[in-house]
Design a protein. Structure first.
Length: 1192
C-alpha cells in the first residue's frame, strides 16, 4: 500500500489577531502524516504564546521559528518553504482557516492525478467576526463539479479576462518540487511579485500541468480592512503586477484553447490513471458571464462585514420612486383606509429621542393619525402631535386615552428613540386591510447604535410555547383599538408587560390567528430588543405574565427557575400518569439495542411504560438469540414482537402501535441513549396538554453537542437541523436552544405522540418508505389538524453513531421520488415555516441573514396586480431586451409586480413569490430544460417560453454553434411543449415554430428609454466619411459579406468597427473599439459618430428569423443605415436594402449614400423618428409585452 505523503502546512505569521483560529484549524486536520511550521514575523511575542498554548492541548507537533529580523511577507514565505520537508505544501495565511478534511482531500487529489500541479477547493469569505459573507465572483469557483482542468486553457482564459478565479494561498495545495523551482524567482526581494504573488505562482504551475478543483468547502478566507491585501502598498502594486502577468501570459507556449473562452476538463470520476484524457469542453466565458449577472443582482456580494451586508440589505428594502407611485395609487383604491395612531412614550425625557421618533413618523409613506405623545419633557413639539403628561402609571393613562382616540382604528406602541422605516405604517395598514380578523401585529426589528442600523431580530410567527417562555414578540406592538377596549383595556398591574398580557387574552378568547407577524424590520430602536428583555421590570413580570395566562385557562401548573432569570420553566400538573408504549424498531443492531434498553430501564424515573421491540427480520444469530431470550421472559415491561410479513419502517411501526397498550406512543431509535432520569416525565409534561400532538427532546451527540432540537422546513433540503453542532450550553438564536417552543416538525429519533392523535392522521404512511420523510409527514399532518409540535430542552437524549445499512440499487431513485412527492404535498408549508423567518437563510448558516436580491422586494400581503417571475439568460443582450427591462418597465408603470432572476430560483423561492407567470428564456440545453420541468412540477404559474433566435438552425459560421447541444431540436420541441405560451421577437420566428405550439405571440424588441433616449451623435467629424459596423462576436459570416467592400473603400472612408473585427480586415480599419458592458453600449455606439452604418446578414433562415434590433440601435443614434434585404430587416423602417449581398451592390449602395450626404442624413433622421415613436419601451408600446406575458 502506497504510504501517505508528508504534507507541510506552513504559516508565515505576522498578525496575531486571528492567528489562534488559523493555527487551531491546522491542528484539527484529520490527516496523519502532517507537519506544521510557523515562521514568526511579528514584532511582539503574541504568536509564540499562542503556539505554546495550543500545543499543550494538541497531539500535533508544531515547529516554531522566530525570524531574527522582520522579513516581510515575500521572504517569510520563502523561509517557510525552506524549512518544510513535505512532498506537498500548504501555505496558510495567518488570518484564514482550514476545514478539518482540507489537507486529506487535497493531498489525495495530488496523489491521484500526477499531471495536476495545483489543487484548489471551494472557499467561503468570512468577516472579522467569522460571519460567512455572500458568494461573489472571487470565490464562486470554476464549475459545479469536481474536475481536472487543462492548464493551458485556463491560462488563455486569464489572459483574455484578467481575474483571479483560483483564490489565494490558503485555498490551494502544491507540490514542493514545483514551488522550490518557481517561488524564489517570483518573490525576489524588492522587485518580485507581492500583491499578486499567489496568482503568479499559480500561473507558472499551470504552464507545467493541470489543475484539480474540488467542490467541497475546505477553507475560510477572512476579509477585513487591515488584511495584508488591503494595505495601500499592496493596492498600489497590483496594477503594475497585472502588467507583469500579462507579459508572462503573452510569452507562454503550449496548446491553444479549443476556442476563445473555452476550457477542456474531465470530471474526476471519469479520469483513468495512466490513460490519455478524454477531454470535454466548457464555455467558461459564458458561465462566468452568467455568474456575474447573478452576483450583480444579489445583496452583499461586495461587502466585507456583516454590518455592511445588513446595511445594504436594509437599503434594498425600500420602495423606489416608481414602486411608491404604484403602491400609493393602490392605497387610494382601498374601500377603507385604517387609521393608525402612533403612541409614543418618552420615559427618559429625551428630546433627541422624541425628535428621532416623530421625524420617522412624519416621513411615513402612509400618513398616520395625530401622534399621541406621553412625555414630561419641556421641549417644543411640532407637527400633528397630541402631547400628554406621562403619568406614573402609564398603562392606566393609556387606557384612559383609548376611548378618546377618535378616528383611530389601530394604535402602535412606541418608545422615544424608536425609528420607523419609511414604509412601516404602509405595510402595517396594508396587512390590516388584507386581514380583517387580526387584532395585534408584531414585527421584526433592529437596533440603532450611534444612528447606525444593527442587531436585527427575525422572529417566528406566533409561537405559543415560545411566548410562554418569554415575551419574544418585543414591545413595538400594534393593536386594534376596539378589540382592546372590548377586553377592558390593559392590565395596569402587569406594567411593562401589560400589552403582552393583552396578547394572551386575545389568544385565549379569540384564538392565536388574531396575532399577526410582519416578517419585516419595521422599526429600529435605541433600546434594543435584548436590552429591553434585560430590564428588571420585564424579568420580574415575565413569570407573573405566564402565570396569569395559565390561571385564566384553568391550567394547573408550577413555575420553576429556567436557564435565565427571564425564562421560567413550566411544570404542568397533570392529574393522570398514563401508560407510554416505547416502540423500538430493530434489525441486527444488538449492541445499540442493548445499550439503549439498558440505559432506558436504569435511568428512567417515570415507571408507567412498556418497551416494545419490533424485529424487522434480523438475520444475525446473536441478535435472533437475544430476541428469543427476551421474549421468553414474558415481561410486561419488555415485549418482543415481529410481523408475519416484513415491511418498511412505517408498516413495522404501525404494526407495533397495533400491539401497544399505551395511550402515548414513543417512537425511539435503538441508537438513542437516555441519561436524564426525568426525560420521559418532561416529554409527558407537554404531551398531556390537550393542544399538543407531538413532543420531541433535544438530541445530543456523544460530545454533548446538539444534533437537533426541532427541524426547520426547507433548511438544506426538505428539513434541516438549525442548531447542529452547537454546545448544549449555548443560548442559540433568540435563546431558542434553551426554551420550550413549537416547531413544524421534530426528528424521528425520539418522538412522543398521543395515540389518539396518531390514529387520527392514519399513523405513519405505508406508502412512504424513507423514515425521515415519514416522520416529517406525520408531524405536518398532526400540525394540519391544529395540534402543536413541541420541543423541550429539559429532556435530552444522546444519539450514538450508527453504521450505515446496505441500500438496494433503487434506493436513491425512490428517495428522490418521495422527496418530490413530499414537496408537491407540502410546498406552501415548507416555503413558509412559521417557526422560522423568510429573512433567514435556508442554506448552510441557519439563523443567518438571507441576502436575497437587490430588487423585487415586496412586503405586501395582497396582490392586486399580476406577479411575474422573469428567468433571464443574462443581464446583457437578450436577457436585457427580452426579459429584465420589459419586466422593470411593466412594474414601474403599475401593470405587474415581480422580479428578474439570472439563475434558477429554488422551488421554495418560487413558492414564496407564487408568481402568476414565469417567463423562461432560452431553455434549450439539458440543464435549462430541466428548469421547465421543475416549474411545471411545483408551480401553478403560467409558463411562457421566450425565444429570440431560431436556434434549431444556426449558420455554420456563427461562433455560437459551439454552445449548442447536439439534440437542440429535441430539447426545443420538448421545452415548448411543456409551456402554456411561446413569445418570440419576430413573425418569421413565429412561423418557423408554428407547428410546435398553438399559442405563439410576437412581441418586437424595443429599446430602454433610460439607455437610449437622449443619445447624440455628430456628423462629418472627419475629412473622410466614417462608415462602420457594430455588434457582437458571433457575426463572422456576416462580416465576410462586406470583406471586399472594406478593402475596396479603405482609401475613401474611415472604417469603424465596434465589438468585433476579423483579423484579416484590421489593416483596412481606421478604428476598432472593443466591446463594452451593456450599460455603456448605447453611449459608446453613439460616440462613434458614424456617417453611415452597415448591417450585413447572411441569407439564412436563422437570420430571417432575427429581429431588427441592429437597425433600432443604429436608428436611435440617427445613423443612416444600409442593410441586407432579409426578412429580419424588412418593414417600415427607412433604410437602404441590399438584395443580393454582392460586393458590387454593397459598393453601389454605399457610394449612393456618400454621393448625397444630405439625403443620407435625412434618412437617418427619419429612422430615428420612427424608432423613438414605435420601438421605445414605454407608454402604449408596453401593451405588447403585457399582451404577450399576461393571461388573457
Amino acid at each position: 500500500m502506497k504510504p501517505t505523503p508528508l504534507v507541510s502546512i506552513v504559516i508565515p505569521a505576522f498578525n496575531p489577531r486571528f492567528f489562534r483560529e488559523s493555527l487551531k484549524s491546522a491542528l484539527d486536520q484529520d490527516y496523519d502524516n502532517l507537519e506544521i511550521i510557523v515562521c514568526d514575523d511579528c514584532p511582539g511575542d503574541d504568536i509564540r504564546q499562542i503556539v505554546d498554548a495550543l500545543q499543550e492541548t494538541s497531539g500535533v507537533a508544531v515547529r516554531y521559528l522566530r525570524n531574527p529580523q522582520r522579513l516581510g511577507f515575500q521572504q517569510n514565505l520563502l523561509r517557510c518553504l525552506e524549512e518544510a520537508s513535505g512532498e506537498y505544501i500548504k501555505f496558510l495565511c495567518d488570518d484564514d482557516q482550514l476545514l478539518g478534511a482540507c489537507v486529506r482531500q487535497q493531498a489525495q487529489a495530488l496523489d491521484e492525478h500526477a499531471d495536476a500541479r495545483l489543487v484548489i477547493s471551494k472557499r467561503h469569505f468570512i468577516d472579522a467576526d467569522g460571519y460567512v459573507l455572500p458568494i461573489r465572483l472571487e470565490n464562486v469557483g470554476i464549475a459545479l463539479f469536481e474536475g481536472l482542468y487543462k492548464g493551458d486553457d485556463l491560462l488563455a482564459y486569464i489572459e483574455s479576462t484578467p481575474r483571479n478565479i483560483f483564490g489565494g494561498f490558503s485555498g490551494a495545495m502544491m507540490r514542493r518540487v514545483d514551488i522550490e523551482s518557481l517561488l524564489p524567482a517570483l518573490a525576489q526581494a524588492g522587485q518580485g511579485f507581492v500583491a499578486l504573488l499567489d496568482l503568479a505562482l499559480f500561473i507558472c504551475l499551470l504552464r507545467r500541468g493541470n489543475l484539480v478543483e474540488r467542490c467541497s468547502l475546505d477553507s475560510l478566507e477572512r476579509l477585513y480592512p487591515q488584511r495584508l491585501s488591503h494595505r495601500p502598498d499592496m493596492v498600489n502594486a497590483a496594477p503594475v503586477e497585472w502588467t507583469w502577468l500579462a507579459q508572462m501570459l503573452a510569452e507562454r507556449s503550449g496548446e491553444s484553447a479549443p476556442a476563445s473562452g473555452w476550457i477542456r476538463y474531465q470530471t474526476l470520476d471519469q479520469v483513468k490513471p495512466g490513460q490519455p484524457h478524454d477531454w470535454e469542453e466548457l464555455n467558461l466565458n459564458s458561465l462566468m458571464a452568467s455568474r456575474q449577472a447573478v452576483v450583480g443582482y444579489q445583496v452583499g456580494t461586495d461587502t466585507e462585514s456583516y454590518d455592511e451586508l445588513y446595511a445594504q440589505w436594509l437599503e434594498c428594502r425600500r420602495f423606489d420612486a416608481a414602486r411608491q407611485r404604484v403602491v400609493l395609487h393602490q392605497v387610494e383604491l382601498w374601500p377603507r383606509r385604517p387609521g393608525i395612531v402612533p403612541v409614543v412614550f418618552d420615559f427618559e425625557e429625551d428630546a433627541e429621542a422624541v425628535a428621532l421618533t416623530l421625524d420617522s413618523i412624519a416621513g411615513q409613506l402612509y400618513a398616520s393619525e395625530p401622534v399621541l405623545l406621553f412625555s414630561n419633557g419641556r421641549g417644543a413639539i411640532e407637527g400633528n402631535v397630541l402631547r400628554m403628561a406621562l403619568p406614573t402609571d402609564w398603562v392606566r393613562g393609556l387606557n384612559d386615552m383609548l376611548p378618546r382616540l377618535d378616528g383611530a382604528d389601530w394604535f402602535y406602541l412606541l418608545h422615544a428613540g424608536d425609528r420607523l422605516r419609511e414604509s412601516a405604517l404602509l405595510v402595517l395598514a396594508e396587512r390590516i386591510n388584507a386581514m380583517p380578523g387580526i387584532a395585534c401585529v408584531y414585527s421584526d426589528e433592529g437596533a440603532l447604535e450611534d444612528g447606525k442600523s444593527s442587531e436585527p431580530i427575525f422572529k417566528p410567527d406566533f409561537n405559543l410555547d415560545l411566548m410562554r417562555a418569554y415575551p419574544y414578540v418585543g414591545r413595538t406592538l400594534a393593536f386594534a383599538r376596539e378589540r382592546v377596549q372590548a377586553l377592558g383595556g390593559f392590565d395596569a398591574d402587569l406594567g411593562e408587560l401589560a400589552p403582552h398580557d393583552l396578547i394572551w387574552r386575545l389568544v385565549e378568547t379569540q384564538g392565536p390567528q388574531t396575532i399577526e407577524h410582519l416578517a419585516e424590520v419595521q422599526v429600529e430602536s435605541t433600546l434594543a430588543f435584548a436590552q429591553w428583555l434585560s430590564q428588571p421590570q420585564v424579568i420580574e413580570l415575565s413569570p407573573r405574565l405566564v402565570a396569569a395566562h395559565l390561571q385564566r385557562l384553568g391550567v394547573e401548573h408550577r413555575l420553576h427557575p429556567g436557564p435565565l432569570p427571564l425564562i421560567p420553566r413550566i411544570e404542568y400538573l397533570h392529574p393522570e400518569r398514563p401508560l407510554v408504549s416505547i416502540i423500538i424498531s430493530v434489525k441486527d443492531q444488538l449492541a445499540a439495542l442493548e445499550n439503549c434498553i439498558s440505559n432506558l430501564l436504569t435511568t428512567t424515573a417515570y415507571e408507567r411504560y412498556e418497551v416494545i421491540v419490533v424485529d424487522n427480520g434480523s438475520e444475525a444469530a446473536e441478535m435472533r438469540n437475544w430476541l428469543t431470550a427476551m421474549a421468553e421472559l414474558g415481561s410486561d415491561k419488555l415485549r418482543i414482537i415481529a410481523p408475519d410479513e416484513l415491511g418498511n419502517e412505517a408498516q413495522l411501526r404501525n404494526f407495533a402501535v397495533g400491539q401497544a397498550r399505551g395511550d402515548y406512543l414513543l417512537l425511539l431509535s435503538p441508537f438513542c441513549v437516555t441519561h436524564d432520569a426525568a426525560w420521559l416525565d418532561e416529554l409527558l409534561n407537554h404531551a398531556q396538554r390537550p393542544e399538543v400532538g407531538i413532543v420531541g427532546p433535544r438530541t445530543l451527540n456523544l460530545q454533548g453537542q446538539v444534533i437537533d432540537s426541532g427541524l426547520v422546513l426547507g433548511l438544506d433540503g426538505l428539513a434541516g437541523r438549525p442548531f447542529a453542532n452547537e454546545q448544549v450550553t449555548a443560548g442559540g438564536y433568540m435563546q431558542r436552544l434553551q426554551v420550550v417552543q413549537n416547531w413544524s416538525a421534530v426528528s424521528g429519533h425520539c418522538l412522543l405522540v398521543r395515540r389518539a392523535v396518531f390514529d387520527s392522521v392514519g399513523g405513519l404512511s405505508p406508502a412512504i418508505e424513507t423514515p425521515g420523510i415519514n416522520f416529517l409527514e406525520l408531524c405536518l399532518e398532526v400540525g394540519k389538524q391544529g395540534y402543536l409540535v413541541v420541543t423541550t430542552p429539559y429532556a435530552n437524549v444522546v444519539l450514538t453513531p450508527s453504521a450505515g445499512s446496505a441500500r438496494e440499487a433503487s434506493w436513491k431513485q425512490r428517495v428522490e421520488q418521495e422527496q418530490e412527492s413530499f414537496y408537491q404535498r407540502w410546498l406552501p408549508w415548507i416555503a413558509n415555516d412559521p417557526a422560522y423567518n423568510r429573512n433567514l437563510s435556508l442554506a448552510g448558516n441557519s439563523f443567518g441573514l438571507a441576502p436575497g436580491q437587490r430588487t423585487g422586494w415586496n412586503p405586501l400581503y395582497s396582490r392586486p396586480l399580476p406577479s411575474v417571475l422573469g428567468l433571464a439568460l443574462n443581464s446583457s443582450a437578450i436577457g436585457h431586451y427580452r426579459v429584465s427591462q420589459p419586466l422593470i418597465e411593466l412594474r414601474a408603470t403599475g401593470r405587474i409586480v415581480g422580479r428578474v432572476s439570472y439563475e434558477m430560483p429554488s422551488i421554495i423561492e418560487i413558492e414564496r413569490q407564487s408568481p402568476d407567470v414565469i417567463v423562461l428564456q432560452g431553455r434549450y440545453n439539458s440543464g435549462k430544460f430541466n428548469d421547465i420541468v421543475q416549474v411545471k412540477t411545483y408551480s401553478n404559474a403560467m409558463r411562457i417560453y421566450e425565444l429570440d433566435d431560431y436556434v434549431a438552425k444556426i449558420p455554420e459560421k456563427n461562433d455560437h454553434t459551439r454552445n449548442m447541444p447536439d439534440d437542440i431540436v429535441n430539447l426545443l420541441e420538448r421545452g415548448i411543449a411543456l409551456c402554456d405560451r411561446v413569445v418570440v421577437s419576430t413573425f418569421a420566428l413565429a412561423e418557423a415554430l408554428s407547428g410546435l405550439h398553438h399559442d405563439i405571440r410576437v412581441v418586437p424588441n424595443m429599446l430602454a428609454p433610460h439607455l437610449w433616449h437622449r443619445l447624440t451623435s455628430q456628423r462629418r467629424t472627419s475629412i473622410k466619411p466614417r462608415v462602420g459596423w457594430g455588434g457582437g462576436t458571433s457575426h463572422r459570416g456576416d462580416l465576410e459579406i462586406i470583406a471586399e467592400v472594406v478593402r475596396e473603400l479603405a482609401d475613401e472612408v474611415e472604417w469603424v468597427f465596434f465589438g468585433m473585427c476579423p483579423d484579416s480586415l484590421r489593416p483596412y480599419v481606421h478604428e476598432y473599439h472593443a466591446g463594452v458592458p451593456l450599460s455603456e453600449y448605447p453611449a459608446k455606439l453613439a460616440s462613434l459618430n458614424l456617417d453611415l452604418a452597415l448591417a450585413p446578414l447572411e441569407q439564412h433562415i436563422f437570420n430571417d428569423c432575427k429581429s431588427n434590433l441592429r437597425l433600432l440601435e443604429y436608428g436611435v443614434c440617427g445613423y443612416p443605415v444600409i442593410c441586407t434585404d432579409t426578412e429580419a430587416y424588412r418593414g417600415h423602417l427607412p433604410c437602404t436594402r441590399v438584395k443580393t449581398n454582392s460586393t458590387q451592390e454593397w459598393l453601389d449602395a454605399i457610394r449612393m449614400h456618400l454621393s448625397d450626404s444630405q439625403a443620407s442624413y435625412r434618412m437617418g433622421d427619419q429612422l430615428r423618428e420612427v424608432v423613438l415613436r414605435d420601438f421605445m419601451l414605454r407608454g402604449d408600446n408596453l401593451r405588447y409585452w403585457a399582451d404577450g406575458w399576461l393571461p388573457d
